[in-house]
Structures are given as structure tokens and as C-alpha cells.
Design a protein around this ligand. Structure first.
Ligand code: NAD
Length: 445
């Protein structure tokens, strides 16, 4: 082989984003030979230089080891990279179409068209991206049309990892879902996931349509728990309750469970918002409106929209005030800003006449249009110094450990709006804050 030709991989991963990079790196750790291809040249350049283009705890070190041991490589997309693969994973984005609830499947169909000409006989195309029921058959048809007579499988294998815990989630999943119609596809996936079966991870083999529906329904259900907690939180405020005790009391019922019942500023991220919208869109298209999830989408929109007026209520008015926003990532341990509540709150505060500084331990916000009217502080202390109010949006560990007394002293004002209920009311009171948690009465003068 010539110097530039790619050695034969067992697995080719199309898309090296949050899902593709984590999946590719973890499969290399399991011993597979993995080649990750991405069309984004900057992303590939970073990866080739040994840097992860995304922040995910533990990922970079794991990546480095797999690269050093020769099981993990990166490249920009080229058809040759698919030619020897037994498995081609598709992990490209499926965002909402602009101005619509519908999932934009152009990346997945384009990736299918790109890999089809080089797919080897017997190869298994594994769809990791979140896609509406029926997409698996369209993918199969796109390949069949371009490669008549080729024997190949298409398998739906939705991903359930959480950003911020993606490596751990991949290696110790609650379950693995595989949707396929043919024996070859099933046997292929049994090969990939053999070590998980040995560890008693449940593997559900089902139809592609079921696998596709499971992913959306799971995200819709989790989003519904969050929206429910937010609605109950509002009710607690009006009824003189404290949502912390109320959700604890609900969650202790084993049929309900405590997780995902935490009120907050509304869910963001790259999955729940677009996946709940897509679920609603699928329901409408098929004549089975998903009314609960329609309400979830609306509740969440209202919540994000209401954040700035909550801050204004706490402060009297935002005009002329200096406001420190703590955290902009949609949740801790990620640098993902997609649909983060901060992207709604910060422009609204600026619009209301506040001077906004924000601090986040991982997000590099340069070039993010929504944050352009605000200043990014390089430390937590710099964000708080002289501020009239602090507003906490993301529960980063660094904020849990904040020295509240010195924080209060360094600020000009005493207002602290805590959209994550991170602190204890008494401690905040003792530190001299006018503390505004959510779902219970504020501490005022
Ligand atoms: P992402 O945007 O981080 O990554 C997608 C990558 O695919 C990008 O790097 C892009 O350049 C690349 N790409 C697009 N078209 C390509 C092509 N034709 N060839 C090669 N590369 C191409 O997206 P993500 O967050 O990793 O999500 C991917 C899919 O996984 C989505 O369907 C998402 O819904 C699903 N998912 C995401 C998560 C999550 O937490 N992020 C969790 C579960 C499922």
C-alpha cells in the first residue's frame, strides 16, 4: 500500500461529535480498530493533534491512549475510509430544521450517500443518530439504489449517553437497544456488544421502527419529568411550599423515582429541545398528536422566556444594574451551549438595560451571537466583583464550593437568584444574601 492509503479498519465512525467521538474512542478501548471520519476539517485537525474538540470528562486521556496503542485514528471524510469497514456507524447531527419542529435529516442522508459507493459486501451500517421511525428503511433504500445486488445490513442503535458523563455512560449503559430485521445485522451487533452482555447489560433486540421510537419516547419522558418539576415548583411558590421537600417526597415513591425531578431554568442542550419538538412533529404527521409532549415543549419555552422577569422581580429592575451570570453551559461538565437557557436569559437582561458579565469554567463563548452584548469574565471572582446581583444558571462543582461570605463582600448588591437551588437558604441568609431560590419563598430584607 502507498504511504497515504488508510489501513483496514474494523469500524468506521462517520461524525466525530459528542456521540461519534465518545463511541469511537470507547469502541477502540474495547479492542476494535476504529477510524473516525468527519467533514469538519478544524475538528479533525484538533483530533489529529491529540486534542478533543469537545469537553467531556476523561475523554481526552482515553483518546490519547487508544491513539498511542494504534486502535484509533481520525481523518477528514474520504470514501476509501469506508471500503474495508465491517461496521460503518452514522453519528452525524439531526438538529431541528430552521423555524420548524421537524428533524433535519439532511446530514444523515448525505452521509449515507457518501458511504454507499464504498460499502463492502456484508457491511453493517449502524445508525447512532436520533432519527424518526422509518428513517432506517430510507437509509436502506438509498444504499440499495446505489449498490444493486450488494448484501448489507442497516441497524438502528440509538445512543443514550449523557453529555458530561458520556464516557461512563457508554461503558456502563442502563441498556442497549438494537433494531434490525436481518440475522446478519443482529449477529454483527452481538459481536460489537459481546462484552456488555457478559456484564449483564440488558440488550433489547427489536425492530428498527421500535428502536427509533424508543429513543424519542425516552427523551420525551425525561423532558416531561423536568417540565413537571418546573410546574410544581411554580405552584410551590404560590402555595407557600418548598419544592425541594415536595420533589423529595414524590421521588421517594419507587414508582416515580427522584431523578430528573429537579426544577431549574428549563431544559436546554442538543437533545431534549429538538427531540421533544421532533416527537411532537412525528405525532402530528401520523395523526396521533402527542399532547403531553406538546405541553412539555410549551412549558419549557415559557420557562426560558420567563427567566429575565424573575431576575427583574428579584432586583426591582435590571436597568443600569451589573449582573453576574454564573454558568452558561446547559448543564455542568459540558461545554455544550446548544439551546442553553443562558442564550435566552443573557440577551434579555442586556435588552432590559443591565450590564452582564458571565463566567463558565468550560464554555469558550467567543463568536456566540447571543452572548455578544455581555462580557465573559475569566474567573468566578472577577464576575462577582462589584456586581449588583448574581444569577446562577449551571450547577458547576466550582460554584458549590464558593466562599459565600467573601463572594457577598466582593459584590455591591446582595441579590442572588439561584435557578438550580444549589445553596441552603440558611447559609445564604447568614452570608448576607437576599436569596431567591426557585420553588420557595425568597429571603428578602
Ligand atoms: P455533533 O454536532 O456534536 O456531531 C456531529 C458531527 O458529524 C459533526 O462533527 C459534523 O461535522 C459531522 N458530520 C456531519 N455530516 C458528516 C458527514 N457527511 N461525514 C462526516 N461527518 C459529518 O452531534 P452529536 O451531539 O454528536 O449528535 C449526533 C447524533 O446523536 C444526533 O442525532 C443526536 O440527536 C444524537 N445523540 C446525541 C447525544 C448528545 O448528548 N449529544 C446523545 C444521544 C444521541
Amino acid at each position: 500500500p502507498s504511504k497515504n492509503s488508510l489501513p483496514a479498519p474494523g469500524i468506521t465512525m462517520i461524525g466525530a461529535g459528542y456521540v461519534g467521538l465518545v463511541t469511537g474512542t470507547c469502541l477502540a478501548k474495547l479492542g476494535f480498530d476504529v477510524l473516525c471520519l468527519d467533514t469538519n476539517a478544524n475538528r479533525v485537525a484538533a483530533l489529529k493533534a491529540g486534542r478533543s474538540p469537545i469537553y467531556e470528562p476523561g475523554l481526552e486521556a482515553l483518546m490519547e491512549r487508544q491513539v498511542a496503542e494504534g486502535r484509533l485514528r481520525f481523518d477528514t471524510f474520504e470514501p476509501k475510509g469506508v471500503a474495508h469497514a465491517d461496521f460503518v456507524f452514522l453519528a452525524v447531527g439531526t438538529p431541528s430544521l430552521p423555524g420548524s419542529d421537524q428533524a433535519d435529516l439532511s446530514q444523515i442522508f448525505e452521509a449515507t450517500r457518501m458511504v454507499a459507493p464504498q460499502l463492502r459486501a456484508g457491511a453493517c451500517l449502524v445508525v447512532k443518530s436520533t432519527v424518526p421511525a422509518g428513517t432506517n428503511s430510507t437509509i436502506r433504500a438509498i444504499v440499495a439504489e446505489r449498490r444493486p445486488g450488494l448484501a448489507f445490513s442497516v441497524v438502528s442503535n440509538p445512543e443514550f449517553l449523557r453529555e458530561g458523563r458520556a464516557v461512563a455512560d457508554f461503558l456502563r449503559p442502563d441498556r442497549i437497544v438494537v433494531g434490525c430485521h436481518d440475522d446478519a445485522g443482529r449477529a454483527g451487533m452481538e459481536r460489537i456488544y459481546r462484552s456488555f452482555v457478559d456484564q449483564d447489560v440488558p440488550v433489547l433486540f427489536t425492530s428498527p421502527e421500535n428502536a427509533e421510537l424508543i429513543k424519542y419516547a425516552a427523551n420525551a419522558f425525561l423532558a416531561m419529568k423536568v417540565a413537571f418539576a418546573n410546574e410544581v415548583s411554580d405552584l410551590c411558590e404560590a402555595a407557600g411550599g418548598d419544592v425541594r421537600d415536595v420533589v423529595r417526597g414524590i421521588g421517594l415513591d419507587a414508582r416515580i423515582g427522584p431523578r430528573f425531578l429537579e426544577p431549574g431554568p428549563g431544559f436546554g442542550g442538543s437533545c431534549f429541545p429538538k427531540d421533544t419538538r421532533a416527537f411532537v412533529d412525528i405525532g402530528r404527521r401520523l395523526g396521533r398528536p402527542q399532547r403531553l409532549v406538546e405541553a412539555v415543549v410549551a412549558i419549557n419555552e415559557d420557562r426560558k422566556e420567563s427567566l429575565s422577569s424573575r431576575v427583574a422581580d428579584a432586583l426591582g429592575s435590571c436597568a443600569g444594574k451589573t449582573i453576574a451570570v454564573l454558568g452558561v453551559a446547559f448543564k455542568p461538565d459540558t461545554d455544550d451551549l446548544r439551546e442553553a437557557p443562558a442564550l435566552r436569559l443573557i440577551p434579555a437582561l442586556v435588552e432590559a438595560g443591565a450590564e452582564v458579565r458571565f463566567y463558565d469554567p468550560q464554555v469558550a463563548a467567543a463568536g456566540v451571537a447571543e452572548l455578544e452584548g455581555a462580557l465573559q469574565a475569566s474567573t468566578l471572582a472577577a464576575a462577582l466583583e462589584g456586581a449588583d446581583a448574581a444569577v446562577l444558571l449551571t450547577e458547576w462543582a466550582e460554584f458549590r464550593m464558593l466562599d459565600l461570605v467573601s463572594a457577598r463582600r466582593s459584590m455591591r448588591g446582595a441579590t442572588f437568584v439561584d435557578f438550580r437551588n444549589l445553596y441552603a437558604r440558611d447559609t445564604m441568609g447568614k452570608a448576607g444574601f437576599l436569596y431567591h431560590p426557585i420553588g420557595s419563598a425568597p429571603l428578602r430584607d
